[in-house]
Write a protein that binds this ligand. Structure first.
Ligand code: C2E
Ligand code: MG
Ligand code: MG
Ligand code: MG
Length: 281
């Protein structure tokens, strides 16, 4: 699965809808209603620290329970949310929902770090940082618990804006991670100069590394540079124990993927954490 931004998919909203456009126009109307009717929800995918074998965090992943079409993955509607500007409203809801969930986990004695994805349009929103600060305050969250992910594509497309936004979010105390690292075209050195706290190694490397020595060399290079710069490295899309073993041996800090757990409802993650010995038993 590719990030919506990297997929290159565009939706046309022309004045004269063709047969192809009709579903898109309907989808746009449905998106307005989705916000009003609260059809969006978040799933949470665990992130495991390799050294301790403990779940230390999770990523919030958006889903849309479409009244007719069932549960839709983000690739099917985030580009349109962006195009219509609805991503600003949706994005605020996502941050609020993630903060609410973190607060509930804290109250339940299972504190975690939770990562929220930010889209291109959201980082152009001047009110974003104030909104994050307000959510932290309202839910009494230690800022290091709420992490934000920005894609490499975005950092390359608008480097000045990305740099300013990363700095502003970090000044609140929230960590910022570089998502989908390795699929863009910037040099490692260029990207590592951004003030990210963590680097999320794209799953394409993870999937090739067992078979391909070149990919292992790249991962080692990233880990070496990240270590020198004091950044955490997390590998995405880890599906097998073999991949996890390689990543551990290469010095990657954390893994996320089906091998650890699929994206799941909050209650299922809490259950999983209790099974793993977190929180009051
Ligand atoms: P991402 O941030 O890189 O998220 C990782 C994607 O990989 C997720 O897809 C996840 O379900 C999938 N994945 C996790 N483990 C594995 C695995 O072991 N194997 C494979 N093949 N895939 C795995 P998902 O949930 O469909 O999300 C796709 C993208 O949509 C995300 O990529 C992210 O860029 C975007 N997205 C998701 N939620 C949000 C959101 O709340 N806001 C924004 N702006 N974007 C979001
Ligand atoms: Mg992400
Ligand atoms: Mg990613
Ligand atoms: Mg390290």
């Amino acid at each position: 699965q590719r990030h919506a931004l990297a997929s290159g998919r565009r939706f046309s909203l022309t004045a004269e809808p063709s047969a192809d456009d009709a579903p898109t126009v309907q989808l746009e109307a449905a998106l307005h209603q989705a916000l009003a009717r609260q059809e969006f929800f978040l799933l949470y995918q665990p992130q495991l620290e390799l050294e301790t074998r403990r779940i230390v965090g999770a990523e919030a992943l958006l889903r849309w329970r479409h009244p007719q079409r069932g549960v839709l993955p983000p690739i099917q509607f985030i580009p349109l949310l962006e195009e219509t500007g609805l991503i600003l409203e949706a994005g605020r809801w996502i941050i609020e929902e993630a903060a609410t969930q973190l607060g509930a986990w804290n109250d339940a004695g299972i504190p975690l770090r939770l990562a929220v994805n930010l889209s291109a349009r959201q980082i152009l929103d001047d009110g974003l940082v104030d909104h994050i600060a307000e959510c932290l305050r309202r839910h009494r969250l230690p800022p290091p618990q709420l992490e934000f992910e920005i894609t490499e594509t975005l950092a390359i497309r608008d480097p000045e804006r990305a740099r300013a936004m990363i700095a502003a979010i970090r000044s609140l105390g929230c960590p910022v991670a570089l998502d989908d690292f390795g699929v863009g075209y910037a040099s490692l050195e260029y990207l590592l100069q951004f003030p990210f706290d963590a680097i999320k190694l794209d799953m394409s490397f993870v999937h090739r590394l067992v078979e391909t020595p070149v990919d292992r060399a790249i991962v080692r290079g990233v880990v070496t540079m990240a270590d020198a710069l004091g950044k955490r490295v997390i590998a995405e899309g880890v599906e097998t124990a073999r991949q996890a073993d390689y990543l551990h041996a290469m010095g990657v800090d954390e893994i996320q993927g089906w091998h650890v757990g699929k994206p799941m409802p909050a209650a299922a993650l809490a259950e999983r954490l209790r099974e793993d010995g977190h929180g009051p038993q």
